[in-house]
Ligand binder design. Sequence first.
Ligand code: HEC
Ligand code: HEC
Length: 435
Amino acid sequence: MKLFLKLKMIFNINKRLAPLLLGASVGASSAFSVACASSNAPAAATETPEGVLPAGKGDPFDVPLDGVSKEQVATFDDGDNLFGLPLRDADGLGPLYTRSSCGACHREATRGPGFVQKMSAVGPDGLTPLADQSEKLPFGNTVHPLVTAGAKTPIVPPADDPSIKVSTRVGPPVLGRGYMEAILDSEIERMQDEQSVRDDAIHGRVNHVVYASVRNPDRTFHDHSKGEKLLGRFGLKARVATLDDFTADAMQGDMGITSPLRPEEFPNPDGLLDDLKPGVDVTADSVNLRANYMRLIAIPRRPTAAAVAVALFSQAKCDVCHAPSLHTSADYPLAMLADIDAPVFTDLLLHDMGDALSDGVRDIDGEAGPRDWRTAPLVGLRFNRSFLHDGRAASVRDAIVAHDDPSAESYESAELFLALSKRDQQTLLDFVEAL
Ligand code: HEC
Ligand code: HEC
């Protein structure tokens, strides 16, 4: 962690200083993109989930959108710092938690290395969730392995109990998530409508979810109230609609940090209602700064795709689910993201991915069932060292092969990929790996 913080500091200092070194204004984000890539700039090593890229080898990522103002760069940097900051007892950590910073599971806004585990009470087949989960799992489906602030009892799976299925969710990248928040609801519904009349197996579904936070005092991005029905788009099963709701949920659920949006600690076996910091732990601004940082992160720059690769992506039906772009709302408060085609490579819909990818979890992800997953956005894939919700695939190729379950909506697509010549497969892989 020490090394990580040091690298992070060097990287942030470079982000702030590079434009000044070039004599450009701080607001010109393209200036520091150039600076990071240029051999004149001091080269910083770049950490990725499972290793450190040698200095000078990484392209700029975890940087703000092109065209942001000076104030937005400052917001981005403040949120970036909070995102990476490990919180302590004095900050209200716990009583139970999984990791102490967002960055522990989304390092430099990329994937992992931290993860969350889910438990599910299942029947004799080891896969079908029982209708009543609370009898076996009175404190919910999420594992909370660490204790502090007087707590003694973590929430962990019982040893050697085959009636509890344990699955893993690796922290996905948060790169480009502002684009995803900006996408019009009508676009997601259009995807669902178009797929519903297809004559193959691909029929994605919108996840209708409920806004679970208390109304945000900052109404810049929306004015939703607790209980409002919305279209889900964030989380591996699209169970949350907005980035502030997700941030407040992550602070409460992963870190035991309460906020005005989520003022209560989650139930725990010791019955503790608070931690070492009395009352609500952080301000709404603290939540919003982290959310605004994620709204402002750019999609890492991509090489121009070869036409033949794009054609293969379509021929193998990858683009039906991994829709290359969806249109954003003209009213989205960040002008750079308003009324554009957001190149997110997802339809933001749930798809039945078959038994092999099932996690046996029900009821905690809106309308998503055990076999349903949101089409993974193909953004920043070149920083991933593992793929799919639980990291079971070591390469993009392995991830595609895992789509090949006869009971999955993606089966035909995976078969089409496998039927391509070795050369065409490689062309398609090169394209996806560079996204
Ligand atoms: C213990 C690991 C862990 C920590 C700590 C953590 N996350 Fe996550 N994060 C995850 C996992 C796992 C998911 C997927 C969760 C799901 O779908 O149930 C996720 C999903 C997300 C998403 C949705 C991304 C997408 O693709 O839709 C956002 C946004 C996010 N986290 C932000 C945060 C923020 C902000 C913090 C800090 C306040 C944070 N996370 C802390 C593990 C973590
Ligand atoms: C029926 C919809 C569907 C089709 C068709 C489809 N995918 Fe996917 N894809 C998904 C879903 C859903 C996931 C997430 C599964 C999970 O995490 O378990 C995913 C995950 C992935 C991942 C892993 C991404 C990550 O961040 O870990 C890659 C890579 C990928 N798909 C590439 C492809 C390619 C290439 C094709 C075409 C050969 C394709 N997919 C076809 C729905 C689809």
